[in-house]
Design a protein around this ligand. Sequence first.
Ligand SMILES: Nc1ncnc2c1ncn2[C@@H]1O[C@H](COP(=O)(O)OP(=O)(O)OP(=O)(O)O)[C@@H](O)[C@H]1O
Ligand SMILES: [Mg+2]
Length: 445
Amino acid sequence: MHALAPLQNLGWTLRRAPDARAALRQLQSSPRLPHAVLIDLREGFDARDLEELGPALAAQNAGWIAGVASAQLDDEPARRLIRDYCYDYVTLPCPEAVLHTVIGHAYGMAALACGAGSADVLCSGGVDGMIGESEAIRALCRGLHKAASTDAPVFIAGETGTGKELAAMAVHRQSHRSRNPFIAINCGAIPHNLVQSELFGYERGAFTGAQQRKLGRIEMANGGTLFLDEIGDLPMESQASLLRFLQQGSIERLGGHEQIPVDVRIVSATHHDLDQAIADGRFRADLFHRLCVLRLQQPPLRERGGDIDLIADHALQRYAQETSRGIKGFSPCARQAMHRHPWPGNVRELINRVRQAVVMAEGRYITAADLHIDDAADGVPMTLEEARDLATREAIERALHRNRRRLGESARELGVSRVTLYRLMQRLGMRGGEEEIDDDAVRTA
Ligand SMILES: Nc1ncnc2c1ncn2[C@@H]1O[C@H](COP(=O)(O)OP(=O)(O)OP(=O)(O)O)[C@@H](O)[C@H]1O
Ligand SMILES: [Mg+2]
């Protein structure tokens, strides 16, 4: 206790528990309050001690740190305690700054586990299950909010797994149409010959097998929102019909003769490069301009900084409830690895990795290896030139992001001319600058 006295000056309230039962009593006396527990093993720790500690170690409101003498790291019970139950360990005596830091982290993990300051930090206004606090996600939420207040078609671009469907639902829920249907159709998942009937429906007898009238998705969405997912995969024939509907505001069921007025707000999304599809003649430019009146850009996860921790913590809390394994959090190495990983599958990949780690992890804290993103696995061999390109690309992406993708400001920040930056981006195959996002990620075309 004497050695811990300086911690009191740093604002910690200290309590001493002489044995396992006393520790448990203290943890149970305030079950909703988080505690960091420093367990001093220097006077000896054996298998019986480990067993006695069991109930206290299982308490969700505690983050444990072991204080050891270095030779003790060879003792099996001490090793088991550290590996399976502790957030970290320190070799005692150690500098008070080190103690302060590890205790702070363990306390933070315990706070997460018992709900205080939990990861439920939802994007501006706490809506629609979108977790994030980064500037990128805040800008997106502002864009969503503005888009929701109009009836104009919204086009959502972004890499796979960034949350385009979630954003589409958010637009609907925040709009005046929220009490009416939100109907989604994945244009890439439906066989080409069925897309027309899925979208427009059919009358009885329209073709062999059409035994009764069936409403199409557009009609089903009447009064609400129609989400056209993977719009880039829409066959040419349906592109023409969709364009007609957008121009006329009415549809004709297959085999029908009547024009049926339908009032829907259209939200569409794709992870394909539609500009390229238009250039290749695979997507109609006139349809694109109709669909992309308001454009929202989903930021990739690697550009969302601390959101990675928030989403990972949220997924952990959610999936840990499904198991009885008592997983308490992420180890520091796991957090570092998560911040270095490029997340090609974005939020979906992060959630899936956490989910499988919760099931497969051996200890109480998920490690980088449990997530299968230890640096060794990520460290694909590369030449110096490739490493330089990677670093350059990262620096440019960060600068573009900070400067709302304005090339001039980004170039100034990076200490190069606008032309040099533009050439670098072309050489590295990076997407354009300010023409992508102007006002808070929403652009009126
Ligand atoms: N900000 C977020 N907070 C929490 N969960 C998120 C967030 N963004 C996405 N997710 C989750 O990630 C998963 C993928 O999201 P979604 O299906 O919306 O991505 P997508 O951009 O439509 O992907 P794809 O292009 O592959 O269809 C979903 O489980 C979604 O709930
Ligand atoms: Mg999707």
